[in-house]
Write a protein that binds this ligand. Structure first.
Ligand SMILES: *Cc1c(COP(=O)(O)O)cnc(C)c1O
Length: 425
C-alpha cells in the first residue's frame, strides 16, 4: 500500500498547501489510455499527464527505446561529449519545426527552456551592442512556467505577480487577443501592441507568447491572423519573437506546431511536454542562425549549460516518440478527436452554468461561469471512471492521440453529466 499518510504530511504536490492538502489518487500502473489506481479502478485519462503522454502509457516502442539506451548509457555530461540520441533528436527537431529554426539547445524542463529563450534574446541584443533592449513584451493571460524569468511573463493578475512583485523583472503586457481562431483579425486588435512598440522598442528585446493556444492561463484559441500580425510588428520594430510551443508542439492543435496555422517562423521556439511522449523530463529551445551567429560573434558563447543537458535516456525517448508520431496517421486521429469533442461537448452549451464550449485539435474546453470546486469535481469524475482535472472555471480534455471513440465518449459523457449536476444544484 502506498503510504498516503506520509504523502499528506510530507510531500508537496503542484500548487498545494501542506496544511490543508487536497486528496491525491494513488496510481500503481498505466497502459494505453488507462491509469490504474491502487484499489483496482481503471480511469480513462483525459489529461495526457498535462499535455505530454500523446501515445498513452507504456507504449511498447517507447519502453523498448529507453531499455535499449539504458543498455548503453543512462547519462553522461554534455560538456565536451556528444551522443547518438542527442544528434538524432537534434536532426528531427530541425527538420520538423518551422523553416529557419536550425540551432538546438537541450534543457531539462519547459520552464528552463523559457529561461533559455529569454537569455538568448537578451544575449542577442547584448552582442549587437544594444544591451538596453532587455525587457519583454507579452500578451496577458499567458503561462510560461514557474521559474523567475518565466513567471515575469505569466499573467500579472492570475499568475504569481502579487506574491513576487518585488523580485519579478518588470515586463510589458498588452491585453490578450479577443478574436477567436478561424476568424480574420482587424489591425486595431494589435493597436496597443503597436503603440507599446512605438514607445518602447529601444527597451524591448522580444515578444514572447503562446502561439494560437493560450493554455494554462486561459485555454483559449485565438486568430492565426493575430499571430501573423505580431510577426510583422516584430520585424517592423526590430524585436525578436519567442514562440512558447511547450503545450502545443507535436500535433496537439491539429498541426505539428501551432505557428504553422499562421505560416510564421519565430526567432526562438520552446518545446517540451509532449517531446518525449510524456516519458521523461526534457525540453529544447531552438533558434535561427541569425540569433546564434549574433551570440557567437567575436568569440561570444551562450551562457547556459545544465548538468543533465541532453540526457541520453530522455533524448532516446524523444527520438522514439517523434518517429512514432510521424509514422502514424496523427492528423486523421486528431481531426477525428476534434470532430467528436465538438459533437459531444457542444450540448453542454444548453446548460446555463456553461459560458462557452470550444475545440481545437485534440483540445476540448468547457468554460463555466463560476470556478468549480476542484476536490469535489475530481471525486465526481473518478467515480465515473475518468481522469479529468479542471482548474478555475475551465473543465477541459486533452486526451492521448491514440484514444478510441468509445473511451473519448466516456470522457465527454462525464463532463456533460457534470454540467447537468451543477445546473440542478
Ligand atoms: C507547461 C508549460 C510551461 C512550463 O513547462 P514545465 O515543464 O512545467 O516547466 C511553459 N510554457 C507553457 C506554454 C506550458 O504549457
Amino acid at each position: 500500500m502506498i503510504d498516503l499518510d506520509f504523502d499528506r504530511k510530507h510531500l508537496w504536490h503542484p500548487y498545494t498547501s501542506l496544511q490543508e492538502p487536497l486528496p491525491v489518487y494513488p496510481v500503481v500502473g498505466a497502459a494505453g489510455v488507462h491509469l490504474h489506481l491502487e484499489n483496482g479502478t481503471k480511469l480513462v485519462d483525459g489529461m495526457s499527464s498535462w499535455w505530454s503522454a500523446i501515445h498513452g502509457y507504456r507504449h511498447p516502442v517507447l519502453d523498448a527505446a529507453i531499455k535499449e539506451q539504458l543498455g548503453r548509457v543512462a547519462h553522461v555530461m554534455f560538456g565536451g561529449i556528444t551522443h547518438e540520441p542527442a544528434v538524432e533528436l537534434g536532426k528531427l527537431l530541425v527538420e520538423l519545426t518551422p523553416a529557419g529554426l536550425d540551432k538546438v539547445f537541450f534543457c531539462d524542463s519547459g520552464s528552463v527552456s523559457v529561461e533559455v529563450a529569454i537569455k538568448m534574446a537578451l544575449q542577442y541584443w547584448i552582442s549587437k551592442g544594444q544591451s538596453s533592449k532587455s525587457r519583454l513584451l507579452t500578451i496577458s493571460k499567458g503561462y510560461h512556467g514557474d521559474t523567475f524569468a518565466a513567471m515575469s511573463v505569466c499573467d500579472p493578475v492570475t499568475g504569481m505577480h502579487h506574491l513576487f512583485n518585488n523580485v519579478l523583472l518588470p515586463q510589458y503586457f498588452v491585453p490578450e487577443p479577443q478574436i477567436p481562431f478561424g476568424r480574420p483579425c482587424p489591425a486595431e486588435e494589435l493597436d496597443t501592441m503597436r503603440n507599446m512598440l512605438v514607445t518602447h522598442r529601444h527597451e524591448i528585446a522580444a515578444v514572447i507568447l503562446e502561439p494560437i493556444v493560450q493554455g494554462a492561463g486561459r485555454m483559449y484559441f485565438y486568430s492565426a491572423d493575430y499571430l501573423q500580425q505580431v510577426r510583422q510588428l516584430c520585424d517592423e520594430f526590430e524585436v525578436l519573437l519567442i514562440a512558447d510551443e511547450i503545450a502545443t508542439g507535436f500535433g496537439r492543435s491539429g498541426l505539428m506546431f501551432a505557428c504553422e496555422h499562421a505560416g510564421i517562423t519565430p526567432d526562438i521556439l520552446c518545446v517540451g511536454k509532449a517531446l518525449t511522449g510524456g516519458y521523461m523530463t526534457l525540453a529544447a529551445t531552438l533558434c535561427t542562425s541569425a540569433v546564434s551567429s549574433a551570440i557567437s560573434a567575436n568569440g561570444g558563447v551562450f551562457m547556459h549549460g545544465p548538468t543533465f543537458m541532453a540526457n541520453p535516456l530522455a533524448c532516446a525517448a524523444a527520438v522514439a516518440s517523434i518517429k512514432l508520431l510521424c509514422a502514424s496517421p496523427w492528423q486523421q486521429h486528431i481531426a477525428a478527436i476534434a470532430a467528436q469533442l465538438a459533437r459531444e461537448l457542444g450540448p453542454c452549451l444548453a446548460c446555463h452554468e456553461v459560458a462557452d464550449v470550444r475545440v481545437l485539435g485534440a483540445i476540448g474546453v468547457v468554460e463555466m461561469h463560476k470556478p468549480v470546486n476542484m476536490a469535489d469535481v475530481q471525486r465526481f469524475f473518478v467515480q465515473r471512471g475518468v481522469w479529468i482535472r479542471p482548474f478555475g472555471k475551465l473543465v477541459y480534455l486533452m486526451p492521448p492521440y491514440i484514444i478510441g471513440a468509445a473511451e473519448l465518449s466516456q470522457l465527454t459523457a462525464a463532463i456533460v453529466a457534470f454540467t447537468q449536476t451543477v445546473s440542478t444544484q
